[in-house]
Design a protein around this ligand. Structure first.
Ligand code: SAM
Length: 247
């Protein structure tokens, strides 16, 4: 019957669409590993430990992509819950690119995770809902960083924690030179070979260059209403964690 054919078509379509998302996700993960030599995993582990997710908390990971940070938060909160008891945590992964969210769902979630499509500059989240806000390798791409920081402050409870993991500026001349050589020459080439997309990776390198250094970004976070903002350099300042408290 025609219904039968329609069903086959629909199933075929789902398979094709899934194929696209699989390649988005696996390409994305492969590129991260190649560009950072796998080090981004250690940076993410360090950032998750700093955020210190606890049982019963609501944690929001903005620009969460395929859920790398949210998976870490979920597992850490659950491990703490197994030791000390308490409620389940909720970890909201928010990204404005639905393809990234779908690729993340395909990769697999944790029971604590909730996937959402939304914009860092206009979060679909009520005021003072979350205990902790995080953004990992995302704020650099946001059109107006000050607006995103204000949104972070709005959705956090007073006393809530803010964490940003982002590329930054190595303070030591020697590290900076080595890193510049790597990023200006190697990264666009790897992008061309692996993702067949030199321009996007050229853009990536330039966006890292344009992003404010540690001290300037710390000032912006304070300006948005956070206190006791601390900076932790990773790999000699190639990346940095900014951590602060909502007042
Ligand atoms: N947080 C993930 C990680 O660390 O692997 C993904 C980082 S990925 C480099 C940057 C992500 O930011 C992309 O998934 C992109 O869609 C998202 N993004 C960029 N601008 C955004 C915005 N204004 N609101 C929400 N997500 C945004």
């Amino acid at each position: 019957s025609s219904f039968g054919f329609r069903d086959v078509d629909a199933r075929e379509k789902v398979r094709m669409v899934r194929g696209v998302f699989d390649s988005v996700a696996s390409n994305y993960d492969l590129m991260n590993d190649l560009m950072s030599g796998g080090v981004h995993r250690l940076w993410k582990d360090a950032a998750a430990a700093k955020l210190n997710p606890r049982p019963g908390e609501t944690i929001l990971d903005v620009a969460g992509g395929t859920g790398d940070m949210a998976r870490r938060y979920s597992r850490m909160a659950r491990r703490a819950q197994e030791r000390r008891g308490g409620e389940d945590a909720s970890v909201i992964v928010l990204d404005y690119n639905a393809e990234m969210i779908l690729a993340g769902v395909q990769k697999g979630g944790e029971p604590e995770m909730i996937w959402t499509v939304g914009d860092a500059m206009a979060l679909p989240i009520p005021d003072a809902l979350v205990d902790a806000y995080s953004i990992s390798f995302g704020i650099r791409n946001v059109a107006d960083i000050a607006v995103a920081l204000k949104e972070a402050r709005r959705v956090l409870k007073p006393g809530g924690r803010f964490l940003c993991l982002e590329f930054s500026r190595p303070p030591a001349e020697a590290v900076r030179k080595a890193y510049d050589a790597w990023s200006f020459h190697a990264i666009p080439r790897i992008g061309e070979w692996v993702a067949k997309d030199r321009d996007s990776y050229q853009y990536l390198v330039e966006s890292i260059r344009r992003f404010p250094d540690q001290a300037t970004f710390k000032g912006m976070i304070e300006e948005a209403g956070f206190s006791r903002v601390a900076v932790t350099n990773l790999s000699g300042g190639v990346a940095a964690i900014h951590f602060g408290w909502a007042v």
